[in-house]
Design a protein around this ligand. Structure first.
Ligand code: FUB
Length: 344
């Protein structure tokens, strides 16, 4: 905190928080929640303070491992920390920055999908496997072929087909892949961002192979349309995709939710197909304390929950976050009531 009035403003907001940190022994972020074996498992980033100065590329998010959390029910006030499930030293292709992960279960195996920067400076997405939802996980020796950028979200549909959603702009590098090859030489993360009146960059989606270890197809654009059926534009910062993909299904419809990055919302869009196109529907979560906003949505015993993070535990340090949970509510027309993480 820079000064006492900022500190006071922070304390006022903190006292209005609707949920408390699920763990306080470590900093955690980007919670991907799933119900495995009748228990809630949370796959978060593990934030650390390694003294890397803050920059626009996100260099200060310099995480080195993953810890998996679990809870009996989402209404527990505390989660259990299962310790280190995967460390970067055990991932042959990865050099640094283990960002937001996700997990899936299929045919008796748990899969952990995670992004990290490879030695050439490009983010790639890796996969690791375990027989246990809490790990430890063993990484594949190479990143998923054809993978790039960050924030993988795995989704296994009711017909057994599995998909990986991913991508993030700015520090997440999506804008550096527009030619199909990684453009290594940029001065800022904004260099290759499309003009405001051009189409927004899209999140990507690819079906996974039966063994869940590779893409079964070339990643496709996940297009988000506005209320008139037009794709969102790059200048539409309140609605366009930035990072933090999440997919869930409710009443037979596909809900794609994501962060708008520099405007700090979690928004959502609905489709009849896992590939889209999706139609923008609104804000799921208003901005939280800290720059980033990241989430997941999961059903447990007939109720729906939003997992998210903020920076309350570190008194506002943007790279030291804590995961939280709150119930969400659908309207009869399938839209979701916007969550405010702090009482108004
Ligand atoms: O945790 C590092 C990055 O911050 C994530 O990959 C983004 O989604 C943002 O939450």
């Amino acid at each position: 905190m820079a000064n006492s009035s900022e500190h006071q403003a922070f304390e006022n907001l903190e006292s209005k928080a609707v949920s408390q940190p699920l763990v306080t022994n470590i900093y955690t972020a980007d919670p991907s929640a799933h119900v495995f074996e009748n228990r809630i498992y949370i796959y978060p980033s593990h934030d650390i303070d390694a003294g890397v100065p803050e920059d626009d590329f996100g260099g200060h998010f310099c995480m080195e491992d993953y810890h998996i959390l679990s809870m009996d029910t989402p209404t527990d006030t505390k989660a259990s920390d299962h310790g280190t499930a995967l460390h970067i030293k055990d991932v042959p292709w990865a050099e640094k920055q283990m960002w937001a992960p996700d997990a899936a279960y299929k045919n008796g195996i748990y899969y952990l999908y995670f992004p990290a920067k490879a030695k050439d400076g490009a983010f790639r997405i890796g996969v690791a496997t375990s027989k246990n939802p809490a790990g430890p996980f063993k990484a594949q020796p190479e990143a998923i072929k054809g993978s790039f950028s960050i924030d993988p979200c795995s989704f296994v549909d009711e017909d057994g087909k599995a998909y990986l959603y991913f991508g993030g702009i700015w520090g997440g590098q999506l804008q550096r892949w527009q030619t199909g090859k990684f453009i290594a030489d940029v001065k800022t993360p904004f260099d290759l961002e499309p003009a405001d009146n051009a189409l927004a960059l899209c999140a990507k989606v690819a079906r996974l192979t039966e063994d869940m270890l590779e893409f079964d197809e070339k990643p496709r654009d996940l297009v988000i349309l506005d209320e008139n059926g037009n794709p969102l534009l790059a200048g539409d910062h309140n609605r366009r995709f930035f990072e933090a993909s999440w997919m869930h299904k409710y009443n037979g419809k596909y809900y794609f939710s994501y962060s708008t990055g520099d405007t700090h919302f979690i928004c959502y869009a609905i489709s009849d197909s896992p590939y889209g196109p999706f139609t923008y529907k609104g804000i799921l979560l208003n901005p939280v304390i800290g720059w980033t906003n990241h989430h997941s949505v999961v059903e447990f015993k007939g109720k729906w929950y939003l997992f998210y993070h903020d920076c309350v535990l570190s008194e506002g340090k943007t790279h030291l976050r804590c995961v939280k949970c709150t119930e969400i509510f659908y309207n009869p027309d399938g839209t979701i009531q916007t969550v405010n993480a702090y009482k108004l």
